[in-house]
Design a protein around this ligand. Structure first.
Ligand code: BDR
Ligand code: CA
Length: 303
């Protein structure tokens, strides 16, 4: 299994991704680092702990990270994920306290203790923690195996602005630092995640499996419908990171030179294909049905 850090702002779709990662033998989760995004930092940290308690994996540490973007005031939460950030689903209280170390210092220590290239990072929220690692701890950052990040909109319209996707918009300076870092990066934008859509039938099938993990993911998706304008189906953004790591052959990747707009509030976080930008592997196509099938299989199998 690949040693992996999940950097996240749970978040309903983050929660689904985390549960999928915990259910997959392919990953050894070294820790969960949290960032403010979908909701404030205290709540994203608490939600990470609740998910580990649910999965019976409180041996995995939770490390709290950035409470605000690198250099601008934090955005107001969009409240797409309910008041608790996680759709009000019944998750246990964590018995474990978050680690006392800052997320970025913890990542530095982990990366320096492991062989170069041995640790991957799954980035499911604003990129503040990863950018701080790159900017403040470059010797550790260059030991990352690869970063797989959900974020951005390439040929598609955004979800918070005409061309801006939430994770990049929430901290554009951080996103820009990560894209420009030259570290191995796979970006999973809305172009792909909008094509991985859960329907009511999908939820029903998870519930019918009789597996608590699958049923929990069903409830999470169900709660995600409540905030939605489109009540037919919901995109599963963050789980696409894990699904890409599990089955890259189900995605079409193109290497594009990208830069991130750090200017105006309106356009912040927008991606531009730009000759002077950094080469990034970007997922631009996906076999949505096959990916959903893989998700369902992973959630219903024994670990
Ligand atoms: C991203 O924004 C958040 O609301 C989701 O958790 C996901 O990471 C989608 O744009
Ligand atoms: Ca997220």
């Amino acid at each position: 299994p690949r040693l992996t850090v999940i950097d996240t702002d749970p978040g309903i779709d983050d929660a689904i991704g985390i549960l999928l990662a915990l259910a997959s033998r392919d990953f050894e989760i070294a820790g969960i680092t949290t960032v403010a995004g979908n909701i404030g930092i205290e709540t994203t940290t608490r939600n990470a702990g609740r998910l580990l308690a649910f999965a019976g994996r409180e041996d995995i540490p939770v490390l709290q990270g950035a409470s605000a973007p690198l250099s601008r005031p934090g955005p107001e939460p969009l409240n797409l994920h309910g008041r608790d950030g996680i759709g009000g689903v019944a998750l246990p209280h964590p018995t474990q306290k978050p680690g006392s170390q800052d997320a970025v210092e913890w990542m530095e220590e982990l990366l320096l203790a492991q062989p170069a290239g041995a640790v991957d990072v799954f980035a499911l929220g604003p990129l503040t923690n990863i950018a701080r690692l790159i900017l403040e701890k470059p010797d550790a950052a260059k030991r990352i195996g690869r970063i797989i990040a959900m974020g951005g909109a390439v040929h598609e319209h955004g979800n918070v602005g005409p061309r801006s996707e939430f994770n990049l918009w929430a901290d554009p300076e951080a996103a820009s630092a990560v894209v420009a870092s030259g570290l191995p990066l796979v970006l999973i934008p809305l172009d792909v995640t909008r094509r991985v859509r859960a329907t009511r039938e999908f939820i029903a099938a998870l519930g019918a499996s009789g597996k608590p993990l699958a049923a929990m993911v069903g409830s999470l998706i169900d709660s995600y419908f409540e905030s939605a304008a489109n009540r037919e189906s919901r995109p599963l953004h963050d789980p696409c990171v894990m699904l890409y790591a599990l089955a890259p052959e189900l995605f079409r990747i193109e290497t594009l030179r990208l830069s991130v707009d750090t200017g105006s509030v309106e356009g912040a976080g927008a991606l531009t294909i730009d000759e002077l930008g950094s080469p990034v592997d970007v997922a631009l196509g996906v076999d949505g049905a096959a990916v959903l099938d893989l998700l369902a299989r992973r959630l219903t199998q024994e670990r």
